[in-house]
Ligand binder design. Structure first.
Ligand code: ADP
Length: 205
């Protein structure tokens, strides 16, 4: 039987927490879209667009890019297509400031409430995992992302701690807040996510 999500989901968590992987899996399995903010920006860079040119240096140094740009990309995403399925938001909102335009766009498109899925992980494990991923990719001859090197990784984790972590406190009082211990193994995290999301998954008609 096909199953689907009843709500949009926001995934939150430090780099290396596995939130991107989980977002992709959830979207695929439950007929949702994966809104991947980092990838949308990397696509802008690859296409050489104005936005791409504005964000490239910041992204490559591990800094967040200006909220107005994120707002523009988000608005464009909803403007260019009608979206009738749930969306898993991965990478937005990412700062307290981004909550207001995020909510405005959601209301404008009648998206309803979101489930907040937080992947909690210490800085130490986050850094260790990202460095491990770089070594694995290099070992396999795969392309390493421009922002995956040890100095930049430290900056990304710091940006997360100062700018994104406060969102967890903010969302804790939301009706659909879920916290997952992301230090477990991938199958364990998978299982925890599925159990926690059960109330939000129904049979598709
Ligand atoms: P990760 O979660 O591994 O850091 P992402 O692919 O989500 O990677 O993001 C990569 C980069 O894209 C970030 O370091 C930042 O520069 C930029 N970025 C993505 N989303 C946002 C956002 N909402 N606000 C500002 N910058 C963002």
């Amino acid at each position: 039987m096909n199953m689907k999500l009843t709500h949009d989901v926001i995934v939150l968590g430090p780099p290396g927490s596995g939130k991107g992987t989980q977002a992709r899996l959830l979207a695929k399995e439950f007929g949702a879209r994966h809104y991947e903010q980092g990838q949308l920006l990397r696509d802008e860079i690859a296409s050489g667009s104005d936005i791409g040119q504005k964000v490239q240096a910041l992204m490559n140094s591990g800094k967040l890019v200006p909220g107005e740009i994120i707002e523009q990309v988000l608005e464009e995403y909803f403007k260019k297509q009608e979206i009738n399925t749930p969306v898993v938001f991965d990478g937005v909102p990412r700062t307290m400031d981004q909550i207001s335009f995020f909510e405005r766009v959601m209301n404008h498109h009648n998206r309803g409430e979101q489930v907040i899925l937080c992947f909690e992980l210490s800085d130490e494990i986050s850094e260790r995992r990202l460095l491990g991923r770089v070594a694995d990719y290099e070992g396999q001859g795969k392309e390493v992302r421009a922002d995956d090197n040890s100095e930049v990784i430290k900056t990304r984790i710091k940006e997360y701690q100062t700018l994104t972590a406060p969102l967890l406190e903010h969302y804790k009082s939301y009706p659909h807040f879920i916290s997952i211990d992301a230090s477990m193994t991938i199958p364990e995290v998978d299982a925890a996510v599925r159990t926690a999301l059960k109330p939000y998954i129904i049979a598709a008609k």
